[in-house]
Design a protein around this ligand. Structure first.
Ligand SMILES: Cc1cc2nc3c(=O)[nH]c(=O)nc-3n(C[C@H](O)[C@H](O)[C@H](O)COP(=O)(O)O)c2cc1C
Length: 211
């Protein structure tokens, strides 16, 4: 199947087969797609939690309006963005670049110093919102990767972020939940959405050529 056929195959799965477990290599590929996602200035200002503990998943389900995907899906990911940018967080990214590529050029140092001066000075909420947008890019990569692997997935915003942060102890780590994702195998017989036609706006309503 082509990339576009796979995107058409995927849908926001409502009901997972709780007995079906994904192979670790498929999960690793999806996690690697997340790691490879581009981010503004390459800061990768988020973490992804692969929540395996069943009791924790039950608590999270209660904080996600009881959505069954949280507990039934083979795997469950929580995308948590930095609550703000700090000089230390930014420096660490550039230290990693230097470790991989060798000493930073003067231009790169000046760019880093500009980020370290300007970003932390902004309102923390502005910084968090920007970090959250980067996490969504990674979510998109994960959705596309899952479709390519014929892994079912659900991107989800229907949850209480504060409750998630508390259950997962994210506040203490300077992180906030922004979006969550279930991964597994559809229970087609019990999923009302499984066989419905995919509906999207026509191209003309979404994409305008500017001449
Ligand atoms: C950011 C985001 C949040 C969503 N939140 C939920 C959710 O909490 N629960 C759910 O079942 N579906 C959720 N969806 C699924 C959307 O309703 C679905 O992707 C959209 O209707 C398009 O349908 P499709 O993904 O099946 O093609 C969400 C999708 C996105 C992209």
């Amino acid at each position: 199947m082509s990339f576009l056929q796979n995107l058409n195959w995927r849908y926001a799965t409502k009901k997972y087969d709780a007995a079906a477990k994904l192979s670790q290599d498929k999960v690793e590929t999806i996690l690697e797609a997340i790691r490879m996602a581009p981010t503004s200035s390459g800061l990768q200002p988020f973490e992804v939690l692969d929540v395996r503990n069943p009791e924790t998943r039950q608590k999270l389900q209660a904080a996600a309006f009881g959505q069954s995907q949280v507990t039934d899906a083979s795997h469950f990911l929580v995308f948590a963005a930095w609550d703000t940018y700090t000089p230390e967080r930014i420096k660490k990214v550039f230290d990693t670049i230097a470790a991989e590529r060798g000493p930073l050029s003067d231009d790169t140092k000046a760019y880093r110093d500009g980020l370290m001066k300007n970003y932390p000075a902004r309102d923390a909420h502005v910084n968090f919102e920007q970090a959250a947008r980067q996490a969504y890019i990674a979510l998109g990569f994960a959705l596309a990767a899952a479709a390519e692997l014929k892994v079912d997935s659900t991107p989800m915003e229907g949850f209480d972020p504060k409750a998630f942060d508390e259950i997962l102890g994210l506040d203490k780590r300077g992180l906030k939940t922004v979006v969550i994702m279930a991964l597994g195998q559809r229970d087609a017989a019990n999923d009302w959405l499984a066989n419905l036609k995919k509906v999207r706006l026509p191209k003309a309503a979404l994409i305008q050529e500017v001449k």
